[in-house]
Design a protein around this ligand. Structure first.
Ligand SMILES: Nc1ncnc2c1ncn2[C@@H]1O[C@H](COP(=O)(O)OP(=O)(O)OP(=O)(O)O)[C@@H](O)[C@H]1O
Length: 558
């Protein structure tokens, strides 16, 4: 199972972030050079006396910029790379879940987390860690430097500083919870939108568009409220910080001003500060608060980043797995023509549901064409899914061509299976792409031949270059089924076809044409077709009827 731990590890201190964070310390010598230059100017030395100081300040500034750029670049490249790997792993983990797993996240939500929300990880890891280093290191150095000249100025900074992280921690804790809720809301809205867009025709036909628009409006309002809550917290934390930072700097400035004027004599280890020393302390005071300010700016990146990592973790959670480990050492499957299918003592129940198969046996001979019939809910689709290795049986054995279906063999066995579900998905793409499906070695001629064999050769709307609408818009129901059959036909290595209700909802003539195409294409292959259609059942070599009531043992004649 993929994990976000490799990315979370990047949130731990690293050389890059240390260099990037520590670069802010260059301000100490820069401020010293600036203060001494002003002091010398004040003492009446000419402009030529500050040349070296100006050069030093510029050189230190350049060095700081180089350190920051180097650290940021390295970290960015590493985080970007690991985030891509994590996204791919999460997508693979999602694909490894059985299509029959009802707990699978909605596609819109998954897309939102993987594509959009995952981006929040980048600013978190690239900006937060160096900012944390800076906030830990720089104030201590500055405090020591200031204390060398004035203990009272150091005391002012020391009193103002801890209040800031304290308030930020309180606010940040709330920010993370708010970010998490906002992400959940965003994912839910994307899922809702995608689902309703897919079903727009149904909504329109049933006059439910207005109601859906209202619900979408409600969801959007709820997302707006969550976003505003996050923003409110962000503004609150920066307001707290600015207040304390401004108070701290102002009090140091007041003290230094009155000290230089001779009104406040105390606080400087028994001596009067010079103009340069006073200026140095004054220049360091805002720099003391600067890292804390930066940390507060990225504090919300942290909240959003952590929430995104949690969302990715949740997406990668294992549900009902599909048999077949991605890295299993799969043994070579020996092929000698179409395979047999042997099912022995099969036990199966959907998670939390009543038993569908209890000691079920079935044998399908190589090249045999059988129809699976039985009442609705008897488990025909479930049986087909079990043979296709889309989910695991509770016990018993399913062997295809003599090879037992298990985690080691499932991936290889699935390659020789041609699967056509009850509702084949048609992509909004040209007919050619819908048939070839990007499979290696499937050329134009293969597609054209498969289309002819599927009986679509002379259908004007099914030319290879014709672009189909979403969900197959542009083709009739019968043509859609034949398009799905053509998909199987261009997969020559598939010699066991599992077809689920190919003639459902078709009129007799169309059903006849689909059956003709199916039998023509499945010649020489083993075929198991789930059907309620007597026309299709009559043309198969054998009919296997599943139990008349679900959960009753169904013994099929071998
Ligand atoms: N993904 C699922 N998770 C849990 N239960 C399911 C799932 N899919 C189907 N079921 C339940 O399992 C039982 C068998 O369903 P299945 O689809 O296999 O029946 P079927 O014989 O193919 O029915 P039909 O002829 O109506 O298609 C049904 O009671 C159904 O409600």
């Amino acid at each position: 199972m993929p994990s976000t731990s490799s990315l979370r590890r990047l949130a731990a201190p690293g050389v890059g972030s240390l260099v990037q964070g520590g670069a802010a310390l260059f301000w100490l010598p820069q401020a010293a050079l600036l203060a001494s230059a002003v002091e010398r100017l004040g003492a009446g030395e000419g402009i030529h006396a500050v040349g070296w100081s100006a050069l030093g300040i510029a050189a230190l500034g350049a060095l700081r910029a180089v350190c920051e750029a180097w650290g940021a670049r390295g970290l960015f490249i590493e985080v970007r790379g690991q985030l891509s790997v994590l996204r791919a792993q999460v997508a693979v983990a999602l694909a490894a879940r059985s299509p029959l797993d009802l707990a699978r996240p909605a596609s819109g939500q998954a897309a939102s987390v993987i594509a959009e929300q995952a981006e929040a990880v980048l600013p978190y890891l690239v900006r937060y860690q160096p900012a944390r280093w800076r906030a830990m290191l720089v104030p201590i150095f500055i405090l020591v430097a200031v204390a060398c000249f004035s203990w009272i100025a150091a005391l002012i900074l020391l009193v103002a500083a801890p209040l800031i992280p304290m308030f930020m921690a309180i606010v940040g804790w709330r920010a993370q919870a708010a970010s998490q809720q906002q992400m959940v809301e965003m994912g839910a809205m994307n899922a809702f939108l995608l689902d309703r867009l897919r079903g727009l025709a149904t909504l329109r036909a049933l006059g439910a568009v207005d109601l859906t628009a209202h619900r979408l409006g409600d969801v959007a309002q709820s997302l707006r409220r969550r976003t505003m809550a996050v923003l409110r917290i962000a503004f609150l934390s920066s307001a707290v910080l600015e207040l304390f930072a401004a108070l701290g700097v102002a009090m140091v400035a007041v003290y230094i001003g009155f000290h230089l004027l001779g009104t406040l004599e105390f606080g400087s280890w028994g001596r009067r500060l010079t103009l340069g020393e006073g200026l140095f302390v004054l220049l360091l005071a805002p720099a003391f608060f600067e890292p804390l300010r930066e940390l507060s700016a990225v504090w919300h990146d942290r909240a959003a980043g952590e929430a995104a990592l949690d969302a990715l973790d949740a997406l990668a959670e294992a549900g009902v797995p599909m048999p077949g480990r991605p890295n299993a050492q799969t043994p070579a499957v020996v092929r000698r023509g179409a395979p047999s299918v042997r099912i022995h003592k099969l036990h199966f129940a959907h998670r939390g549901e009543t038993t569908l198969f209890d000691g079920f046996d079935l044998h399908v001979a190589p090249g045999e064409h059988i129809a699976l019939t039985g009442p609705s809910g008897a488990g025909k689709t479930a049986l087909l899914s079990l043979i296709a290795g889309l989910m695991s049986a509770d016990s018993g054995d399913i062997a295809i061509g003599g090879v037992s279906l298990n985690d080691e063999t499932a991936s290889v066995l699935r390659r020789r299976i041609g699967w056509m579900g009850q509702r084949p998905h048609v992509f909004a793409a040209p007919v050619h792409d819908n048939v070839a499906m990007g499979r290696i070695g499937v050329g134009r001629d293969d597609v054209a031949q498969a289309m002819r064999d599927a009986g679509l050769g002379d259908v004007a709307q099914a030319r290879p270059a014709t672009t189909l609408g979403e969900g197959g818009g542009g083709l009739s129901g019968g043509e859609l089924v034949r398009l799905a059959l053509a998909r199987l036909a261009v997969q020559p290595e598939a010699d066991l076809w599992l077809v689920d209700e190919p003639t459902a909802h078709l009129d007799t003539d169309t059903a006849e044409r689909v059956v003709d195409a199916l039998l023509r294409l499945a010649q020489g292959k083993t075929l198991i077709a789930v059907t309620h259609d007597p026309i299709l059942a009559a043309r198969m070599q054998r009919v296997v009827r599943l139990g008349d009531a679900p959960a009753v043992m169904a013994q099929a004649a071998a």
